[in-house]
Ligand binder design. Structure first.
Ligand code: SF4
Ligand code: SF4
Ligand code: SF4
Length: 477
């Protein structure tokens, strides 16, 4: 592993001009495209985006046909910029192996612990597509003793770690708010005593927020929340209602604003299917008019397995529609930078060694979607191994980006890392980027095009921070 790590950092740090010219090739992960007569290249592995004034295709073709010699290369600004951006790489570099390495490094990283806790699977709402509560009858609130056992288990794993994040999920987790405060208090105190970074995040329907909850969010550093909206008020209220049938739209909007006012960052998830995707423009305009920031909005793909679901290509087009709507209706470009394509080191936390999910009885799972299905669990707070579910859970982790030819040959692999392992059991699910990356990139180009620059190569987005961080770490050693 050390050898690989060093090899990776050396590759990122080498000054091309000190290398033999013969040892270069064009990255497999370049996407070359034109917009408004300008040439651009995006690299999905480095996530760099450049505008090339003299024609990217021509330059890349020159490189591939060995037209550059060492002297020309070292003097050629375009060539140098393409090396810097990872568009041209060492011929020795096997990029798929590098992605495989990045993926394993991400999955094995144990510095940052993330625990998802479901203090209850009960909910005060009755959404039409909800899968929670329909798959099991055991909807109790977590007992204080279970909460203490979970706290203890988490604290035992914390020594020498850099950070710990508690993610609250449900059901509606705020129905068990005392359990949230109880576990947060213990884990946060230990983190404070030992200099470990602590944070909280909550997935909530947003209906139960009041002053005392906001105060506790601030006290227990729950500084991020995900709240879902299902369309315009009429549509939303038909789909996302309280158990008594009353619609939730206005309560949710008011509470999002209250959280934002108190400095809590809210990710506003707009859940879409065939019945409401055409409302995207109108819902964006309406939410902006309330003062909800465009930066907070993104789409959620409802997957119920029914005819109402959008397929992945339709969902990808809906994402483009959201981007266009945000571009048209907001003045800021920052909102869109937040969602610019990024290198993933793994698909989701279920893939990693340093994460797990606890249900209200303290049973432990990898995947959020399986929480509550006891036979899918692998352990519990008392360390009883569930042998039936053990290897099933291990498989969330034990995969390689090289396992399937489809992923190994896919240009968006670095942005996807093979997709959701849970959904893959049922269907072959690809990232929306497979179907919309070019259109999404063109949207960004329109936003970020520099006004005046004398350079022939203009970086609109520089390489992934993850690569830069590795460089910095090396310099610090
Ligand atoms: S708010 Fe969430 S948990 Fe509650 S019914 Fe709706 S989808 Fe299900
Ligand atoms: S594997 Fe899929 S369903 Fe499970 S937690 Fe990850 S993204 Fe969610
Ligand atoms: S799951 Fe699909 S989009 Fe993702 S890497 Fe594999 S082939 Fe590409």
């Amino acid at each position: 592993m050390d050898f690989l790590l060093n090899r990776f950092q050396i590759d990122m740090e080498l000054n091309f001009c000190e290398r033999k010219y013969a040892l270069v090739k064009v990255s497999k992960y370049n996407i070359v495209f034109k917009k408004d007569d300008d040439d651009y290249i995006f690299n999905t592995l480095n996530c760099s985006l450049v505008l090339i004034k003299k024609g990217a295709q021509q330059v890349l073709e020159s490189i591939q046909s060995n037209k550059f010699n060492k002297k020309e290369a070292s003097d050629n600004k375009i060539f140098q910029a393409l090396v810097d951006g990872g568009f041209i790489v060492s011929e020795e570099l096997n990029e798929l192996e590098l992605i495989n390495f990045i993926n394993w490094k991400g999955k094995l990283n144990s510095d940052k612990l993330k625990y998802t806790i479901f203090p209850t699977l009960r909910c005060n709402c009755n959404c039409v597509y909800c899968y929670q509560g329909k798959k099991n009858n055991d909807l109790q609130i977590m007992q204080p003793q279970t909460a203490d056992d979970i706290s203890e288990k988490i604290i035992k794993a914390m020594p020498n770690k850099k950070s710990v994040q508690l993610i609250w999920h449900g059901g509606e987790p705020l129905l068990a708010k005392d359990i949230i405060w109880r576990i947060s208090d213990k884990v946060m105190k230990y983190a404070g005593d030992y200099g470990i970074n602590y944070s909280g995040f909550i997935l909530t329907n947003g209906c139960l927020i009041d002053n005392s909850i906001v105060e506790n969010f601030l006290k227990y550093k729950i500084l991020g929340a995900q709240i879902t909206i299902d369309g315009l008020p009429k549509t939303h209220n038909e789909r996302r209602k309280y158990n008594n049938g009353r619609g939730t739209f206005q309560d949710i909007v008011d509470n999002i604003l209250e959280l934002q006012k108190n400095g809590i960052e809210v990710d506003v998830r707009l859940n879409i299917d065939k019945n409401n995707y055409m409302e995207i423009d109108d819902i964006v305009i309406l939410l902006l008019s309330y003062g909800i920031s465009g930066e907070s909005m993104y789409l959620g793909h409802i997957k119920t397995g029914t005819n109402n679901d959008l397929n992945i290509e339709e969902y990808a087009q809906a994402c483009v529609r959201l981007q266009k709507s945000l571009i048209k209706n907001t003045n800021t470009t920052l909102s869109l930078k937040r969602w610019f394509p990024k290198l993933k080191t793994f698909f989701c936390i279920a893939d990693t060694l340093s994460s797990c999910s606890f249900d209200p009885q303290g049973t432990i799972y990898k995947c959020w979607h399986e929480v509550g299905d006891k036979h899918m669990a692998y352990s519990d707070v008392e360390n009883n191994i569930n042998s039936a579910g053990y290897y099933h859970n291990l498989n969330y982790f034990l995969y390689s980006v090289k396992d399937s030819d489809k992923c190994a040959n896919c240009k968006v692999l670095p942005l996807c890392m093979c997709g959701c392992r849970f959904l893959k059991k049922a269907e072959n699910v690809c990232s929306e980027y497979k179907y919309n990356l070019l259109e999404i990139l063109k949207g960004y180009c329109g936003l970020m095009k520099p006004r005046e620059s004398k350079d022939e190569v203009v970086f609109l987005v520089e390489s992934n921070k993850i690569l830069q961080e590795d460089k910095l770490n090396k310099k610090r050693r």
